[in-house]
Design a protein around this ligand. Structure first.
Ligand code: HEC
Length: 481
């Protein structure tokens, strides 16, 4: 009896003591163990071909690649792995192969130099980069234009700054703005003037807010929306528009979202999953959601889950990981969001009333540590992205181009990436037909993209912290190949 009890104690102890991460299979290890002997340590090829040269003998789609891994290609000497590796692990291998393939791909075009007079030629337009502001900003996060020519910039650390017509920051930040919790990805995030700013003067901010009454050095926070007005260089008339319940506040410093847009008199904004993926599927919390409110914070009666006792009434769509780009097509009123995914699996989504966007049940990516996430890239009842990026570009910032300076880019989308530079997407009949790298990450980490009222495309960069714009190169465009 004592021996038996000892045995069961050891068994129970082992089960409990084995930390979850110890049993996770990392894609790098799976590759080394099962694939490197034939395809080479760096996928450069051996007795099996290169998996990183962009050339595919048995099909280039994700589906063809996972089929080759699962079923093998018996005639060519490629063994099948479906008995040795789970579908989730096979999906993670596809993501890993895509990462290597992409890192070997030559740059799409020469890296544009700021202040260079040599235009960069893209498929439909040629542009020059101009630097509007270099220095004087710390991790700028969002840019907004005021009708009188002034600009507003948020700094993630918590400061709101006014730039004058010549893009010169006022010597002091705006005083009296709400105090933020600058924990990890949190801080002062989006800034958007109300559509009726001319008459109302309202300016909206999203930020990681402490619990009311908490000490200023707390790490506990939640995305909050507030509005206020500018009186000279002071923030006045501050009003809470949205605030999470106390139990939604956490010390996790990730996935706050957050962007704001207005459409037809409603305010839409995004909140990420706050590092707790399951909450994105939980309708009772506003986490991992895009929300819709009246601009004064009241919940519209016709929200999809309003009136349900088990749901947060402000929810407009759910199943989001970290949407950091949100725009409206002013002609069709369609709302689009970019979502910062895990490792592989950034998304461009058409946001629909009441729709589920699948995080974390359905995703094209894997975990950052290379462990598998899911094999499911689609599922009944879940809206598929219009486009996804594997590998990730780390999406942040999204603009809809409705300016007049680049006519051949009319109605295209500009997607920022912290790791992927600036991408241009073209949507035709509900399908993304072009994804072009306008400039790559060597220009900087793109934090925000806006179509300015003057029709130029403005980009907020981090590392180095700058604001640049794209201007048309005009007649000299063809001088460069
Ligand atoms: C015993 C050697 C061997 C091993 C081990 C092996 N492969 Fe292969 N693999 C091959 C050969 C040979 C081909 C066929 C090459 C061809 O026809 O171009 C191939 C083809 C492929 C293809 C299709 C390539 C194309 O051009 O369409 C993929 C994808 C692939 N392997 C992935 C893997 C992965 C992932 C692993 C590890 C889980 C793996 N292979 C393990 C030998 C191997």
């Amino acid at each position: 009896m004592p021996a038996l009890r000892f045995f069961s104690f050891v068994a129970a102890c082992c089960v409990v003591a084995a930390p979850a991460h110890a049993v996770k299979t990392k894609v790098e290890e799976v590759y080394r163990e099962h694939c490197a002997s034939c395809h080479g340590a760096a996928m450069q090829g051996g007795s099996g071909g290169s998996l990183a040269d962009g050339l595919w003998n048995h099909g280039s789609t994700d589906q063809a690649i996972s089929q080759a891994i699962a079923e093998g290609i018996p005639d060519a000497g490629m063994p099948g792995f479906k008995r040795a590796l789970s579908p989730e692990v096979i999906r993670s291998l596809v993501v890993y192969i895509r990462e290597k393939e992409s890192s070997n791909r030559p740059a799409a075009r020469p890296v544009p130099a700021a202040a260079s007079t040599v235009p960069v030629k893209t498929t439909h337009e040629s542009y020059l980069l101009e630097t509007m502001l270099d220095g004087g900003l710390e991790t700028p996060w969002a840019l907004a234009f005021l009708p009188d020519g002034r600009k507003l910039v948020t700094e993630r650390g918590g400061r709101l700054k006014i730039l004058d017509e010549a893009w010169k920051p006022l010597p002091e930040p705006v005083s009296g703005t709400p105090s933020v919790v600058p924990n990890g990805q949190g801080g002062l995030l989006d800034v958007v003037p109300a559509p009726d700013f001319d008459t109302s003067g309202w300016i909206y901010l999203t930020y990681s807010a402490p619990l009311p009454g908490d000490s200023p050095d707390t790490k506990t926070s939640m995305t909050k929306v507030t509005r206020g007005r500018l009186s000279g260089n002071a923030w006045v008339d501050g009003e809470t528009v949205f605030e999470g319940d106390p139990d939604t506040h956490t010390t996790r410093g990730v996935h706050f979202g957050s962007r704001i847009v207005f459409d037809r008199g409603y305010l839409y904004f995004s909140i990420g999953d706050r590092g707790d993926a399951a909450k994105a599927q939980n309708l009772s919390v506003p986490i991992g959601k895009i929300l819709r409110l009246h601009p004064d914070g009241r919940v519209p009666d016709d929200n999809p889950f309003a009136g349900r006792s088990d749901a947060h009434p402000a929810i407009w769509s759910y199943g989001h990981r970290n949407p950091q780009g949100l725009v409206v097509d002013p002609q069709t009123h369609a709302i689009y969001a970019t979502e910062h995914g895990p490792r592989g699996g950034d998304e461009f989504n058409l946001i629909r009333n009441g729709a589920n966007f699948g995080w974390p049940l359905v995703c094209f990516g894997m975990n950052y540590d290379g462990s598998p996430l899911t094999a499911k890239t689609e599922m009944e009842g879940i809206d598929a992205p219009l486009h996804h990026w594997t590998p990730s570009i780390a999406t942040c910032g999204l603009a809809f181009y409705n300016g007049d300076k680049f006519p051949a880019w009319s109605r295209d989308f500009f997607v920022g990436g912290l790791k992927g530079g600036l991408h241009r997407l073209r949507l035709r009949e509900g399908r993304v037909v072009e994804d072009e790298v306008v400039f790559d990450s060597s220009v900087g980490r793109v934090r925000d993209v806006r179509c300015g009222p003057d029709g130029f495309i403005y980009v907020v960069l981090n590392q180095p912290d700058r604001i640049i714009r794209l201007v048309p190169a005009g007649g000299v465009a063809d001088a460069v190949k």
